[in-house]
Each structure stands twice: as C-alpha cells, then as structure tokens.
Design a protein around this ligand. Structure first.
Ligand code: VGL
Ligand code: ZN
Length: 240
C-alpha cells in the first residue's frame, strides 16, 4: 500500500520536494502521521489554543487512514519547569535568557518564552483531550520532561543536545514522509516540522488539523521557506 501517485497534486508536490532536497531524495512513500500535543491544557486548560477543540474530528479521520505509523507527542513538564513564569516569579509571556544546565561557562544563552503552568506530568492538563482516538498510536513521545530544558520539538530539546526516541523510531520504520497535525501551529508543530526537514523527511503540515496561539502567517511562511508543504485533510485522504 501507500504507493505515491505522481498523477495527483500531492504526488507532484512530493516529487518537487524530493528534487529540491537534491542529495536527500527519498524513494518510495512510507507516511507517518504525527499528532502534536493534543492535550487538555492546550485545548481547554491554562494554555488553550483558540479553536483547538475544532480539529479533533479531522485528526481522528486522519488517524484512520493507512499511515505506516501514527505517533503522538505530549508536552510533559515537571512542576517547576524552566518554561513556567511561576518558576521565575515573572509575568506570563515574557522572555528570559536561559543557559544550558550542563554548561560551566554561560555562553550559550537562548531566549526562553515564559508560559503559564501547563501540562504538568501526571495531571489532567497533560492528558490527551477527550474525543481524540488514542487507541492507534504506535508510540507516544514525552517532551519537556527535564526541569531545566525546554523542548518544543518532538525530535530533540531546544538546545539540540538530547534526542527523543522519535528520530530512531521513524528511521526504523522506514518512514519517508511525515504529516503534522495538532497544537500549537506556531510552536510545537512548527519546531517539530522544521526538525523533520533537518532529519531528512519530506514534511507536510495539514492546515485544517492545526491551530496556532497567534497568527499562522509568519510561521507558515517560515516553514514554507524550509521546504515544508501545506495541504488539508481532504488532500491527505486522496494521497493515501
Ligand atoms: C507548546 C508552549 C509551551 C506547544 C508547548 O505544544 O506548542 N507551546 N509548551
Ligand atoms: Zn510546554
């Protein structure tokens, strides 16, 4: 199953992407669905993404398509996580320079956006949203699990130092194409999708199964400039 049909618009796009990538052309078509952070806190909780509940149906219908694997990520933080404003006693949505906990010299500081407390391990806010069909996930990747390290991407932390099990899992399954859905389009979806390109996968974002915290426009342009392609749920149904 899952032979790429170059006669379709989506098939043509995949060919274009393969050509753009040059050295990294992947033959065949072995698609994975990656469902990002469909958790209570991002839908109805402390960091609710506008319209988050409206994408559950599209995601469920995608889950039933013949993907080789279905992956879910969960944001899963200890209760004094570095990304929480409360941890630093500052206002939410401000920034702080953070340094990697293992560095002795403080020279690799990066901006850390400070968020409300969200997706604390073992709390209902970190659970999958009700109504999401979780029964077919082949693997669930937890991220942001270390107190001092932020992780927007499902592949690795913001420092790029420690990988999750996701890269190895996708390689082991022979995946060529990854399709992203979930929350939030301008954070975890974007950073995981950008990493997917770096890891050599043809990368697709299903726009009617993604919602963002702020406006999509700038973020989608950034993704597009890295070779990520956009389509909607119906296009994926045709492609698969
Ligand atoms: C996310 C902000 C903080 C996300 C996670 O899933 O997009 N956003 N942690
Ligand atoms: Zn988080």
């Amino acid at each position: 199953h899952c032979i790429l049909d170059v006669g379709t618009a989506v098939g043509q796009l995949a060919l274009e992407m393969a050509e753009q990538n040059g050295k990294d052309v992947k033959f065949g078509f072995v698609p994975a669905l990656i469902v990002i952070d469909m958790q209570n806190d991002f839908v109805t909780g402390s960091l609710a993404v506008p319209g988050g509940e409206t994408i559950v149906d599209n995601i469920n219908s995608l889950i039933d398509l013949p993907f080789k694997v279905r992956v879910a990520t969960r944001d899963y933080h200890p209760d004094k996580h570095v990304s929480f404003a409360d941890t630093h006693k500052q206002d939410v949505f401000s920034k702080k320079i953070i340094y990697h906990p293992e560095d002795t010299e403080k020279k690799h500081g990066i901006d850390q956006v400070l968020w409300p407390v969200h997706c604390v391990a073992d709390t209902p806010g970190a659970d999958f949203v009700p109504g999401l069909n979780t029964s077919r996930f082949d693997i669930v990747i937890l991220k942001g699990i270390y107190p001092d390290i932020e992780s927007y991407s499902g592949f690795r932390d913001v420092w790029g130092r420690r990988e999750t099990d996701l890269p190895g899992f996708l390689r082991e399954k022979g995946i060529t194409d990854v399709y992203f859905v979930g929350l939030a389009g301008d954070f975890c979806v974007k950073f995981t999708a950008l990493d997917a390109v770096d890891y050599g996968f043809r990368t697709w974002v299903v726009t009617d199964a993604v919602k963002s915290i702020a406006s999509d426009d700038a973020h989608f342009t950034e993704m597009e400039s890295k070779g990520i392609k956009f389509l909607n749920t119906e296009d994926v149904q045709v492609a698969l």
